[in-house]
Each structure stands twice: as C-alpha cells, then as structure tokens.
Ligand binder design. Structure first.
Ligand code: NAD
Length: 475
C-alpha cells in the first residue's frame, strides 16, 4: 500500500503502526505554525516497545549476520526509493531547503548500505596443541537510541545500521521537534525487519528520561547536547547500561596566511553556515591570521549578503530557518548579549518577516576570546572571527575549550597544516575541506564532546561485547 507522507504519523511497535491517546504538535519552522501531530508515547507503550524488542532479540541475534546485513542493505535501498517524498516532509518539519534535505535522505541510505558491508572480526589468540582461544563479538541486547533535530534521519541511521547488523534490537526516539520523517522511515521499514527488531516511538520531553531509566535497555546511544548527555550518563549509571554519547562542539578553524582567499572563502562560509549553522561539527570559531583577516572578513560578509535565507520550499533559498523556537531564542539571546557588550556585528541578507524562526547570517568582528559568542556553542548562524599572529598561541586558544569534536586548518602548506591538526584536541580535523564524515571512519568526540565512538569498525563494535572462548584440546 502506498504511504501517505502528509498524514497518519504512527509509531512502530512490534511491527505494527500504533497511535497514542494524546499527540504532540509539530511546527513548521518557516511559519511558526503547527502543521501536523505525532503520537505522544505512553509509559505502557514504551514498556510494550521494550518488551517486543527484548523478545525479538532472542531470534534476531541468531539470524546469520549475512542475512541481517542484507536486510539493513534493503532498508537503505527503500529509503533511497522514497527520497523525494521524505525530503519534502523533511523541509516542512526541519526547515532545510529541499535539495539539501534530499541529500540527507540519500546520505542516510548510503550509510545503511555501507555499514551493511561491515563484519565484526574474529581473533584467534592461540591455536596450539594445548588449546584454542578465540575472541568473537556478540550483541548487547535492546538498544535505546535517542536522536536530535538537526540531522534527524542521518543521525538515527548512524545508530540503526550498526546496532542491527551487530544483532541487537532497538527502540529509537526522534526529537519531539522533528519526529515525522523518522516515523515514516519506521513505516517504510515495517515489512523489512521482523516485528520488534526496530521500534520507533515519539513523544514529548518526558519520554527521553523515561527511556534512559528503563531497566530493559542494555545500552543507550545518544546524540544531542552536552548538558543532556550528562543527564543521560547519570541515568545510565543506575543499572550500568553501556553508553555512547555524541555531544556538542565549539569547533575552531585556523586560517593560515598563505591561503587563496577567493578559493577558500566560500568553502569556509558553508563549513560554518550550512544547515543554518545547526551542525555539531560546523566551524564555530574562525581564527584568521591578522595579515589576511580583513580580506577574509570582507569576502565572508559579501557571501552573507548574497545568500538567500528563507522558507526552504522557495526557489533559491540556501539557508532555512532555525529549527525550533527554543533554539531560536537561545541564538537571539547570544546575539543580544554580543550587541549589549558593544561587539561589532556584520549582518547578512534580510530575512522574511512573519512567524518563522529566521535569523540573518551574523559575523562577529574580532570579539574578545572571553565573550559568550566565542565561549558557547551557538548552534545557529553567528560566527565569531578572531585574529591571531602566532601559531602556538592560536593552537592554545583553539584547545582552550571543554569541547573537542572537530576542527579545520586552511593552508597551501599541507604538511604544516597536518602538524597543526595533530596538536588539536579534537576527534576529527579537516584540512582545506569541511564537514566530511564517512561510515568507515570513526567519529569520536574528545573531552565533553563525547563518550565513545560512532562509525567505522570501532563504532560497530560499540554495539557488541567481546566473548573469549577457551577450548582445551586433547581432553
Ligand atoms: P538535546 O540534548 O536537547 O536533545 C537531544 C535528544 O535528547 C532529543 O531527542 C530530546 O528529546 C532528548 N532528551 C532531552 N532531554 C533528555 C533527557 N533528560 N534524557 C534523555 N533524553 C533527553 O539536543 P538538541 O537540541 O536536539 O540537539 C542539538 C545538540 O546536539 C547540539 O549541542 C549539537 O552539537 C549536538 N549534536 C551532536 C552531534 C554529534 O554527533 N556529536 C550531532 C548532532 C548534534
């Protein structure tokens, strides 16, 4: 039966479409108006989802890995086949322009397909006349997966793909701000995975804490803010659930004096502002050598004036609204604080009036290192540009943060850039590029940006535990 992507948003529990006694409103951030509603999962429904995942685990873990991989691969293909429908819905609930929304769906599809090619290793530690010792990896059980609103589909599939390939089952919760695409993905996958293997539930602010304290989960895989990550870790301690936390960042990019400004300005701009700067690994502090500072600032300002910010469904829109009111108010507060502190702000193109959560691209011209706009993760289109003269000093400034997610270095001298990269205290560093992440490469936040790893074989093994089997010979 054809799926209606504009209505009937249901949870997936034990392979069935389920609604709930009450609903949460879903707002289109380009208008500020409610346009749909999603189920508000009850505690009894959460119990049901966990129980079904637990029952499914007994058989799913015994399904040969090649079959599990094949189903995950098929899920990727089904996602790609519905990319246009999902992208249109994505724009309405998340705000990102349709073309970029479609890229997210296709990226999530590629992720499922790439992870489906990964097989955990077996290590033979000893194989002698006396004994054979072999280490394999076994799944954990039921995974609690919690996703944020900035990349709702991709970041959910980062969890679904490795967890299911590894032989776990899952209860996944999207953000209350962006539940719809994920619920429709659940509907698309309902006939692919056996009932209970992948449950998808939605609900208000109460649901996350209910999940993390639920005794039925073996592990929590969480992506969101550092503040919430700490609450998740505390909640997991009660019964020692395993945790993977992918959290916030305040990523520094360092621009050396030898760059070609015309070449790098555009790339640096979108490394900071793509998705209206709501990216954990976006450039959030831009350190520019003093000799090229004015030239880069003026080029970035010109791009900011030319880029259209507006409703993602409109032709020509490059940057959409902030995804939700809470985040809009947080970013506006940061801008107000910068204004009150007498900082120099350079504003980009005008944004639409009305009820949408639009904020113009805002560049802050060489604020003090101690200002809030430098110290805090804006997660919105406010970028501080900071001057530096000395490499050692700028590396210290870049590292002087509780966060350590990613960073970038821009220079024609790639050896020198790599040397600087090695001194940055972050899990990922890009040189002369930005925002590249791959399913086969570990993504790990240092310091308070994370706890554990996603992606790569390391990320897959976070959904498993080693089991060593010692076999005595000649008995
Ligand atoms: P958030 O922490 O407010 O919410 C994330 C998810 O956690 C949502 O589904 C929310 O409903 C749920 N939640 C909220 N309170 C909870 C609690 N007490 N217990 C359990 N779950 C709870 O984050 P957000 O505003 O949705 O996302 C933005 C943040 O996420 C930014 O800080 C960004 O840097 C970070 N992020 C990190 C990565 C990464 O991979 N490191 C990726 C994307 C976003």
């Amino acid at each position: 039966m054809a799926i209606d992507f504009n209505a009937n948003y249901t949870m997936t529990i034990n392979g069935k479409g389920v609604t709930s006694p009450s609903q949460i409103d879903v707002v289109n951030p380009a208008t500020g108006a409610n346009f749909a509603s999603a189920p508000d999962c009850t505690e009894a429904q959460l119990d049901e989802a966990v129980a079904s995942a637990k029952a499914a685990f007994r058989t799913w873990k015994k399904v040969p890995i090649a079959e599990r991989q094949a189903l995950v691969r098929k899920a990727g293909e089904v996602l790609a086949a519905h990319a246009d429908d999902l992208a249109r819905l994505f724009t309405r609930e998340q705000g990102r322009p349709v073309d970029a929304a479609k890229q997210e769906i296709l990226g999530a599809s590629q992720w499922l397909q790439a992870v489906s090619m990964m097989t955990p290793p077996t290590h033979v530690v000893e194989d002698s006349a006396a004994q054979r010792i072999e280490t394999t990896y076994v799944p954990l059980g039921v995974i609690c997966a919690i996703a944020p609103w900035n990349f709702p589909v991709t970041l959910s599939m980062w969890k679904v793909a490795p967890a299911l390939v590894a032989g776990n089952t899952m209860v996944l919760k999207p953000s209350p701000f962006t539940p719809l695409c994920t619920l429709k993905v659940g509907e698309l996958f309902r006939d692919i995975f056996p009932p209970g293997v992948l449950n998808i539930i939605s609900g208000g602010d109460q649901l996350g804490p209910q999940m993390t304290s639920h005794p039925g989960f073996a592990k929590i895989s969480f992506t969101g803010s550092t503040a919430t990550g700490k609450a998740v870790l505390a909640s997991a301690a009660k019964d020692l659930k395993r945790v993977t936390l992918e959290l916030g960042g305040n990523d520094a990019a360092i621009v050396l004096p030898d760059v070609d400004l015309d070449d790098v300005a555009q790339k640096i701009f979108f490394g900071a502002f793509f998705n209206t700067a709501q990216i954990c690994v976006a450039t959030k502090r831009l350190y520019v050598h003093e000799s090229i500072y004015d030239g880069l600032r003026d080029r970035l300002a010109a791009i900011a004036k030319a880029v259209k910010v507006g409703d993602g469904t409109e032709q020509g829109t490059v940057l959409g609204p902030i995804q939700n009111k809470r985040q809009y108010e947080r970013v506006m507060d940061l801008i107000d604080d910068a204004k009150k502190s007498g900082l120099t702000l350079i504003e980009g193109a005008n944004v639409p009036d009305g009820g949408g959560y639009f904020i113009p691209v805002t560049i802050v011209d060489n604020p003090p290192e101690s200002s809030r706009v430098v110290q805090e993760e804006a997660f919105g289109p406010v970028l501080p540009l900071l001057k530096f003269t000395d490499i050692d000093d700028v590396i210290d400034r870049a590292n002087d943060s509780d966060y350590g997610l990613a960073g970038a270095v821009w220079s024609k001298d790639t050896d020198k850039a790599v040397e600087i990269a090695r001194r940055l205290e972050t899990g990922t560093v890009w040189i002369n590029q930005n925002l590249q992440l791959r399913p086969d490469t570990p993504f790990a936040g240092h310091k308070q940006s994370g706890f554990g790893i996603e992606n790569g074989m390391e990320g897959l093994l976070e959904y498993m535990v080693p089991q060593a089997i010692y076999v005595a010979k000649g008995a």
